[in-house]
Each structure stands twice: as structure tokens, then as C-alpha cells.
Ligand binder design. Structure first.
Ligand SMILES: C[S@@+](CC[C@H](N)C(=O)[O-])C[C@H]1O[C@@H](n2cnc3c(N)ncnc32)[C@H](O)[C@@H]1O
Length: 251
């Protein structure tokens, strides 16, 4: 059974729990085999809501002011390093704007970078006098360069992944949900069945949903309790430890 010390815990089942708190307040009693973290990008995402034509009831999203971003990301990477097993791996998502702070934090904390994956998506925000941003960075990090899980998804596995975002018609979302397929690929590569995956910035719960599908245990931490309904809706149709994996192994 999973355990962690915090006051606001929602138990999805014995192997899947959500903690509504700031990750910096959460103490885990078991270290993770893999951490997946898709933190706020520190670029005032809410200001983009109008551009995305999002309705005013779009779920709120806790951003980090850009001045505080270097310290925030350092605290996140430190927390993840502390809570990861010595042979564990971390996947860290970043946009390009604050990538320098992310790379500094990764190096300062002592992670080893195995890969710098580019995720190419569609629906980038239209621009007139610069190119449309249509990629994110995913860093694959380990603590020990000789000991880590690597389940290669295909024979010639490249570091540019073209994966479509789902368009959530009529759904109230926080506007920043990752596609299941992207998270599946990371979890497949860097963990095995029954491993413990920790997501300290869970958002709408994509990591939790994918862990339930793939038979991984999961602790998700999210500072914004308003996302609880969305997370639970996403988990409703998940087949626990099911086999309906949607891994596109032919990328
Ligand atoms: C980019 S979103 C994650 C989206 C997620 N990957 C998904 O697919 O739904 C980042 C999340 O981190 C949360 N967050 C911000 N600061 C946090 C903190 N200190 N502790 C925990 N969560 C935090 C935000 O509220 C937001 O929901």
C-alpha cells in the first residue's frame, strides 16, 4: 500500500493516490522508480486564455511568476532527486522560454541527462512575426549512468516524437493536458509493471490515468484542489491494469 504524509489525500485505490498540496510540503515514505514532471512554464499561461478561445470557466491553473521561476524549478528538481531511487529515472517537460533555468537546475542538482527529446505537436498558437511554437522539450534524467530501466519502444528509437494533442471538445479542462500517448511512451520506456511513478505537478491527472492503464502504482501531487473533478472524470474510464495500451510503437 502507498503511503505519504499530508493532510489532503484522495485514495483512488490501494495503488493510486492523489495529494492536493504543494509538492514542497509532501513527504513520501517510499522512493519513486520514475518521476514524471510537467511543471508550469512560468510564462503567464492564463494571459494566453483569450488566444486559445477558452471559456471563462476553464479550470484554473497555478502559474509561477517568471521572477520566481529559477528558484521554483530548482526546488522541484531537488525534490524529485531526493524522492527518486538511485536507479530511477525522471522525465521533465519544459517549453523553450525558461529552458535555460531548467537545464541549470538539472545540472546543479546532479542529474545525468540521457536524452533531450523533442515532442512535436499541432495546434501551436498562431503568430504573425515569428514562427509558431509547435514543440516541447522532454529531458530524460537519471542518477546513475550505469543503472536505469530502458525499455526501448522500437528498434530505431529516435529523440523526436510526433504526437498529436487531443482536442477536448466541450470539456472543462485546464488547457494544458498532455496526450496519453506521450506519457505512455515515457512510462513504458523508463519503468516496469508495479513500479511506483510519482508526478509532483499532476495537473488534470494524465500520469495517474496512464499508470492505471499500464499497471504502475502512482502518487500524484497537485496544488490546485479545483482540478479534483477533472482528474476523477479522466480516471472514470480507465481500465485498471488493463491491456488496451495505445502505444504507437511505429513512430
Ligand atoms: C502543466 S500542468 C500539468 C499538466 C499535466 N501534465 C496534465 O497532463 O494534466 C502543471 C500543474 O502544476 C500545478 N502546480 C503548480 N505549482 C505547484 C506546486 N508547488 N505543487 C504542486 N502542483 C503545482 C499547477 O496547478 C498545474 O496544474
Amino acid at each position: 500500500m502507498l503511503k505519504c504524509r499530508s493532510d489532503n489525500i484522495v485514495k483512488v485505490d490501494e495503488d493510486h493516490i492523489i495529494v492536493f498540496d504543494d509538492f514542497r510540503n509532501v513527504e513520501l515514505t517510499e522512493k519513486a522508480d520514475m518521476v514524471f514532471a510537467d511543471p508550469p512554464f512560468g510564462i503567464g499561461f492564463k494571459a494566453n486564455m483569450a488566444t486559445y478561445n477558452r471559456s471563462p470557466d476553464a479550470l484554473s491553473y497555478v502559474e509561477v511568476p517568471s521572477k520566481e521561476y529559477p528558484a521554483f524549478i530548482k526546488s522541484l528538481v531537488e525534490w524529485c532527486y531526493t524522492n527518486l531511487k538511485d536507479d530511477g529515472s525522471m522525465w521533465l517537460v519544459s517549453g523553450w522560454n525558461n529552458l535555460r533555468h531548467v537545464l541549470d537546475a538539472v545540472e546543479d542538482v546532479g542529474f545525468i541527462t540521457l536524452n533531450h527529446v523533442i515532442w512535436k505537436y499541432q495546434f501551436g498558437v498562431f503568430t504573425r512575426r515569428r514562427f509558431v511554437t509547435s514543440h516541447y522539450h522532454l529531458l530524460l534524467l537519471v542518477k546513475d549512468k550505469d543503472r536505469y530501466v530502458f525499455n526501448k519502444p522500437e528498434h530505431y528509437a529516435e529523440d523526436v516524437w510526433i504526437i498529436k494533442r487531443q482536442y477536448q471538445h466541450g470539456e472543462a479542462t485546464a488547457g494544458n493536458e498532455l496526450p496519453d500517448e506521450l506519457v505512455e511512451r515515457c512510462i513504458y520506456t523508463s519503468s516496469n509493471k508495479d513500479d511506483l511513478i510519482v508526478d509532483p505537478v499532476l495537473g488534470s491527472g494524465t500520469t495517474m490515468k496512464v499508470c492505471r492503464k499500464m499497471g504502475r502504482r502512482c502518487i500524484g501531487i497537485e496544488i490546485n484542489p479545483a482540478l479534483k473533478g477533472r482528474i476523477m472524470r479522466k480516471l472514470e474510464n480507465t481500465r485498471l491494469h488493463g491491456v488496451n495500451l495505445n502505444l504507437n510503437l511505429s513512430l
